[in-house]
Write a protein that binds this ligand. Structure first.
Ligand code: AMP
Length: 292
């Protein structure tokens, strides 16, 4: 595996693959690799001839400097994991390489960025995400890019941006990888104490409750959410720690009152012992509820 620290090193490392007309798969990440990241890397490897992973903790998408400072980093461990996963090139640039002095262009996606994470974290969050993903797409020029369903709104934002700005990239969404007990894998999980981990199981339990009630015939999102929230609270989560838990259209992210044919995203952000966790499930009215 080649580790490229600069854009020119990356372009050089990619040249043979490009000349050989290989299909280049790209997985953007912020590191602290876990099985969720590995799932994306393996899927990219299966689909493509050449796999590039980026490891960059993008400062512009963190509103809270404490959150950025607390973000787990272990480049040596991550490099070993990516190498073992069969990644061809790891692109690990510095902040200065990505944002040199005088950097002054931002990508603003409207609409799907407004609710949920946009409302909770501020509009700058998705400006940071859209700008860095645009830069990475232009730097790597992949044929396909792999994203996790775990960050469902990020997927909606990237899809909108790719459509609007005509990026020639196929967006592939990979299902959420979970711990054996149901907790969605996240780089932030390492900050959970054993007791907080138990409480955090309330998130996936709530989503299972939505699925159960949907399977039993309930279609009103208000009722599904109310029962699911009760499940969360019964597992020790405080109502005031639920930043949002709502049901929205999976593409437009507009609120949905009744589940019909179109896929509905049940999505939440919850603070557990000070750690901000997100999770979601897509309920597909047409095929009876598939959890992602
Ligand atoms: P991050 O390093 O947290 O920015 O995540 C990099 C990519 O991995 C994003 O596309 C995430 O959606 C994806 N990802 C994070 N956690 C999971 C998970 N538990 N299952 C699947 N994909 C994930």
């Amino acid at each position: 595996m080649i580790v490229a620290r600069t854009i020119s090193e990356l372009r050089e490392a990619l040249l043979p693959a490009r000349v050989a007309a290989k299909r280049i798969g790209f997985v953007p990440t912020m590191g602290a690799f876990h099985a969720g990241h590995l799932h994306l890397m393996h899927t990219a490897r299966e689909d493509c001839d050449f796999t590039v992973v980026s490891l960059f903790v993008n400062p512009t998408q963190f509103g809270d400097p404490n959150d950025l400072a607390a973000y787990p980093r272990d480049d040596v461990r991550d490099t070993g994991i990516a190498d073992n996963a069969g990644v061809d090139v790891l692109f690990a640039p510095s902040v200065h390489e990505m944002y040199p002095a005088g950097f002054n262009t931002h990508v603003v996606v409207a609409g799907v960025t407004a609710p949920l994470e946009g409302a909770a974290r501020g509009v700058e969050h998705f400006v940071g995400v859209a700008t860095v993903v645009s830069k990475l797409f232009n730097i790597v020029q992949p044929h396909a890019a792999y994203f996790g369903q775990k960050d469902a709104q990020q997927v909606a934002v990237v899809r909108q941006m790719v459509r609007d700005l005509n990026f020639p990239v196929d967006i592939v969404v990979c299902s959420t990888v979970r711990e054996h007990d149901g907790l969605a894998m996240s780089s932030r999980n390492v900050r959970l104490s054993a007791a907080a981990h138990q409480q955090a199981l309330g998130l996936s339990a709530a989503l299972r409750r939505v699925e159960q009630l949907f399977a039993a015939g309930e279609r009103e999102t208000f009722i599904l959410l109310e029962h699911a929230q009760r499940e969360m609270i019964s597992r020790g989560i405080n109502t005031t720690d639920i930043e949002y838990f709502t049901a929205v259209d999976n593409t437009t992210l507009e609120p949905v009152a009744v589940v019909t044919e179109s896929p509905v995203l049940f999505v939440m952000a919850v603070r557990v012992d000070g750690v901000r966790l997100i999770d979601n499930a897509v309920i597909n009215g047409a095929n009876h509820g598939v959890r992602t």
